[in-house]
Design a protein around this ligand. Structure first.
Ligand code: SF4
Length: 248
């Protein structure tokens, strides 16, 4: 089965409570959303899949597409020492769009300290159900329409949380906020988390500013955190550190 793979690289996790952990990233193409602040490539590069053999070198080899699952597993094990990685980070785009190939590929990527880390927008709960047996850690988003510029996804997020937490997996929730964040939407998010997962770590992540997108100020961030802490046990403010450090 061909895998629409955009890039493979070894780097430090830049977001959330596992920030700084060394991970091997596999970025899959395609996404089911179109967030206003999206800074991630989601379309396949016609040169092929980008491979950074020397971490941090910013020098890339391009592997001709299409790549088969077995080829990807062989490349990963040939070029990277998985025993020195915290986890394999399956990212995108939205990797759960490719749940059928993940089901085949993930068992071939063992050897890291903590297994498979899935970075997802937290919408495709039925697809998650198909692959959750092979996943060890989930970073899921709760999308705020006022920030992402998309339709509300509260019910999908609720169902996603239920599927994930049924496995007693290590999961945390990331909520990207901007200066345009609607307080009423945050209130819905806090109630949703309180009802479904009050003990899950919640990350308030200020958006990285770009043309037309402004980050919230410190007063807003601290106010939102304080509000959330009334109902949720562990709420942290963490920015995108890979942007500061110039990491991939
Ligand atoms: S879910 Fe992630 S990859 Fe998809 S559009 Fe939104 S920010 Fe970009």
């Amino acid at each position: 089965m061909p895998v629409p793979l955009l890039e493979i690289f070894s780097s430090a996790q830049g977001e959330g409570p596992l920030v700084g952990c060394r991970q091997l990233f596999l970025r899959l193409a395609g996404c089911n959303l179109t967030c206003a602040y999206c800074d991630t490539p989601v379309i396949l590069d016609k040169r092929g899949c980008k491979l950074e053999l020397i971490p941090g070198s910013n020098e890339f080899t391009y592997l001709p597409e299409p790549l088969e699952i077995q080829q990807i597993a062989a490349i990963v094990h040939r070029y990277y020492d998985l025993s020195r990685h915290h986890a394999i980070s399956i990212t995108g785009g939205e990797p759960l769009q490719h749940h059928l190939l993940l089901k085949e590929m993930l068992p071939l990527l063992s050897g890291t300290k903590q297994g498979v880390f899935l970075e997802t927008n937290g919408i495709l709960y039925q697809e998650l159900e198909q692959v959750i047996a092979d996943i060890d850690i989930i970073s899921m988003d709760i999308k705020l329409p006022s920030v992402a510029g998309i339709e509300p996804c509260w019910e999908q997020h609720r169902r996603f949380l239920r599927v994930a937490l049924a496995k007693k997996i290590f999961l945390y929730i990331k909520i990207v906020v901007s200066s345009k964040t609607a307080p009423a939407e945050l209130a819905i998010a806090w109630q949703l988390i309180k009802a479904e997962a009050p003990d899950v770590i919640v990350i308030i992540q200020p958006v990285t500013a770009s043309p037309g997108i402004t980050a919230p100020n410190t007063q807003q961030l601290l106010h939102w955190q304080q509000q959330a802490l009334a109902d949720i046990n562990d709420v942290r403010i963490i920015a995108q550190t890979h942007r500061v450090l110039g990491l991939l």
